[in-house]
Ligand binder design. Structure first.
Ligand SMILES: Cc1ncc(COP(=O)(O)O)c(C=O)c1O
Length: 179
């Protein structure tokens, strides 16, 4: 399995924030400490690893930033060609990060859905399609957020997890892990 040291991020007891919102037991899990700066590393680590095991010769993803950077990093470790499609207005650092990691970045004059359509066209040529929920392995990688939360809370479940959702892989992964 590929690895860049993803996961096992710190859980901070946010005392002052907790006091302000009336919940003493408020904790923040700092996912920015993952190798590519976001929790996307957890899912793409597993997905690129599995793509390699299955014999993929190239990987591709539509992304507005974080997922692309993560896929590019693991594809670089695996020496797999990476094709990334991003909306033309994504912040430049995301584009630069992917290119520095050796990925081929195409900027699309459109939305993320237009980028996804380009990946699907390429998938016909044999690219492994890493789009959100189009393959099952990214979700598996996200389970570790749930496992870690419980372990860091001395094997107790939190009452509530507040989590930012886009495509939903993190939410589904944590739910699967906690179940
Ligand atoms: C920092 C960050 N948090 C949360 C999300 C939501 O992702 P998902 O719903 O796929 O877990 C994204 C994805 O765009 C992200 O980049």
């Amino acid at each position: 399995m590929l690895s860049l040291g993803e996961g096992w991020t710190p859980l901070h007891h946010a005392l002052r924030l907790g006091r302000r919102i009336g919940c003493q037991n408020t904790y923040l899990k700092d996912e920015s400490l993952n190798p590519t700066g976001s929790f996307k590393a957890r899912g793409l680590c597993i997905a690129v690893s599995r793509a390699c095991e299955l014999g993929a010769t190239a990987v591709a993803i539509p992304s507005a930033g974080n997922a692309a950077g993560a896929m590019a990093a693991y594809a670089a470790v695996a020496a797999l060609p990476a094709h990334i499609f991003m909306p033309i207005d994504v912040p430049q650092p995301f584009v630069a990060e992917c290119r520095v990691l050796g990925a081929k970045v195409t900027l699309v004059d459109g939305l993320i859905t237009d980028c996804a359509a380009k990946v699907r066209e390429g998938a016909v040529e044999g690219w492994f399609d890493m789009s959100t929920l189009r393959e099952p392995y990214r979700v598996e990688g996200k389970k570790t957020m749930g496992y870690e939360l419980v372990e860091q809370l001395d094997w107790r479940l939190p009452d509530v997890i507040i989590y930012p959702t886009g495509g939903g892989t993190g939410l589904i992964g944590m739910w699967k892990g906690l179940r």
